[in-house]
Structure formats: C-alpha cells, structure tokens
Design a protein around this ligand. Sequence first.
Ligand code: 13P
Ligand code: SF4
Length: 359
Amino acid sequence: MSATAELVMKDHRLAPGQVPPTVIEMLETAEKAALVARIERLLVERDAVLVAHYYTSPELQELAEATGGYVSDSLDMARFGTECKSSTLVVAGVRFMGETAKILNPEKRVLMPDLHAECSLDLGCPADEFAAFCDQHPDRTVVVYANTSAAVKARSDWVVTSGIALDLVRHLAERGEKLIWAPDRHLGAYVQRETGVDMLLWSAACVVHDAFKADGLRKLRAHHPDAKVLVHPESPLDVIALADVVGSTTALVEAARKLPAKKFIVATDNGLFHKMQQVAPDKIFLEAPIAGKGATCVSCAHCPWMAMNRLRTLARVLETGANEIVIDEAVRERAAQPIRRLLEFAKRRKQVVLGNNDA
Ligand code: 13P
Ligand code: SF4
C-alpha cells in the first residue's frame, strides 16, 4: 500500500433512501412554555443536567444553558459530562454522544431524548466489518473519529474529534506510526493531506457535510467578496480548499466571534447559526450551497438525527426514565481506554499551548 493511501475500500456512504427526513419540532408558544417549565422542574427533581450539541434546536440549547447544563462540540460535551456532579446526564445530540457519556461515566444514568438519533458516519462503519479490516492490518494504529459506536471505539487505539485530529495524527507520526483512519473519508483525506501521514482511510461520510458543493460556494463567494468562508472538515476537500477557516464546531464559532469580518459563508449544519448569532449578533451568516434544493436535497444542511431531539420527547424521557443508554460492560471498559487517551492528550496539548503563549 502506498504511503499516500487513497480510499481503499467500498463506498460506505448512505444511500439517500437510508436517510430519514429532517423534521423540525413545531410548537405553539403556550405549549412550548409549558414544556420548558415541566423540563426545568424535572431536571431538578431527577438530579439531571442537560448537555446539548450546537446542532440541536435553539430551544434546547437555551434550556441547557438556562438550567446549568452545557452546549458545545462533541469533545467538550464528553469533558463536561465527566466533570459535572449530577447523577443523570441527558444528552441532546446523536447516539455516539450519549454512548461516549456513558462510557466515561458508568456510574451515571445517561438518557437521550431519542435513541433513533443516529449518525451517518456511525451507521457507515459497522463494527464487524471494521474489526475485520483492522485485523488485516495489524501493523497499523487504529484511530477512529468520535462519531462511531461503542463497539468500534472498543476496537480502536485512539478516538479523535475534528478539534484535535491534526494534532494527534502528527503526534502519532512523530512516533513512527502508520494509521488506519475511520470512518469519515473527507476528514481523513484532509488530515492525510495536511500531515502527509500514511493513513488507510475508511470511506463513510456525513450526509450533511458531504452535500456542500465547491462550485456553488465559489459563485456565492464571488457575490460576497467581503465574506469569510468557514468550513467543517467533514466537508469534501474541494470545499475545504475554499475555506478561510477549517475547524470543529467550536473553532468555527470562535472564528465567527473573533474575525473582524462582518459576513460569513458557513459550510456546516445550520444548527450552528444559533450559537454564531449569539456570540456575534451584528454579523451576517450565509449558508454554503448544497446539492439539491427543497425536496431534492437529502439533509438540506440540517442533520435529520439531531432534529430528533425535541422538547416533547425530552420531557417524556425525564418523566419516565426511558431511553437510557446501556452498554455491555466489557465493551464499555475497552472503549473507555482510547477516549481517556484522547482526553489526556487534549489536556496535555492545552498545557503545551498555554506554556508556549506564556513564554
Ligand atoms: P464536532 O466535534 O465539531 O462538534 O462535530 C460533531 C459532528 O457530528 C459534526 O457533524
Ligand atoms: Fe453525524 Fe453528520 Fe449528523 Fe454530525 S451532522 S451527527 S456527522 S450525520
């Protein structure tokens, strides 16, 4: 296999028919207010805290922040879960985020508004198939993105998120390691291109980011030459090539806040616009163009599984204790190791960065 390994296997992207429609929860004002009050009361009664991803609805994000919970990217959600004192974590996000919370906090009860909230990357990397692939390459370190099942994490040496992927892969390459990377083909290709490291890439994709189109983005940018382009690295390489900033959801929010530009074109799930508008209320955010329009787009720039997190289901879950995340203990223990490794690495990196800044 060549050192600059290209995609080496069958296409693991989902077919459009495998992706559910994105259904946004619509509530009358009075019903919404009643649900919010009920959830606030239940969070206290159940000693629970709400941890939400940036792609969930504005209502959920606001509720998390108003009740002592947290809104962030997938890495930071995991860290918050380990640091907070509540005995129940309610994870509003997708299933791998709930599983990660449980893996790191076996003593806590972890609930999710909807256990059908999957992720196309996770679905595109079945554990058996992935384990067989790893077995064929025993000389390679196995690095998997956080967007994977507990069983896939359990087969890995390292778990990474987009926020730390470049740093970690460079670190492993310095130790002379060759890698297997799964499951995101675009993030993998980006990391491979930036670092030059020998990586075998799995071939799944995110249904939201896979749909961004470089041609359309080029045209939109020509209409808005004053705009900065912000891109999540789950997008195709030709879209990433047009970016002023490439980064995790947190990095993109920070760019929106800090950059002096007044206008941004954003290639990521449009759920992130809520936080961007919060941190930069005077700035303008435009959606990057996607494949298809109206009924012909697959995810229409909003993750169908993130949209399954609804106030109604959240209230019901808190009421009944349904939708608890349960993971086989042997799998959990094994999966905890590469995640803890990631959190330790992230902690050390922060110290190094701070050390450098202080010097
Ligand atoms: P972040 O780790 O940047 O939050 O991304 C998670 C995700 O699912 C993006 O689609
Ligand atoms: Fe998965 Fe994409 Fe949804 Fe993120 S936006 S959870 S990567 S399908």
